[in-house]
Design a protein. Structure first.
Length: 107
């Protein structure tokens, strides 16, 4: 995502650090925040059945995009991250149709 797009509202706050708040799916749905162009494209591609991989830096909205894709479709998905705490957060924010794992956990 570009710096300009990082300033756009996200589906859920994705702020690292102390005092940050993780929203549940119900909270995220009630906030009606508009997705960025890239998030909407990923959500739409996933909804129509295309396979995709989101590869981006820290804090760019990957987990928020996962929540949007999960809310838009009951398709099965997989979320892979390097850090276990990131995987744990993704598990709390996604539905049961998303498998969350570290890359090591797949081995």
């Amino acid at each position: 995502m570009t710096a300009d797009e990082n300033s756009k509202p996200r589906a859920t706050p994705n702020q690292a650090g102390k005092g940050s708040r993780t929203l549940s799916q119900a909270d995220a749905a009630s906030h009606q925040v508009e997705a960025t162009e890239e998030q909407a494209a990923a959500r739409d591609a996933f909804t129509v059945g295309r396979d995709l991989a989101l590869v981006a830096g820290a804090g760019t909205g990957k987990t928020s995009t996962l929540v949007m894709m999960d809310a838009a479709s009951r398709r099965l998905g997989m979320y892979i991250a390097f850090d276990k705490p990131i995987v744990q957060e993704a598990k709390t924010r996604s539905g049961t149709n998303v498998r969350c794992s570290t890359s090591h956990g797949l081995a």
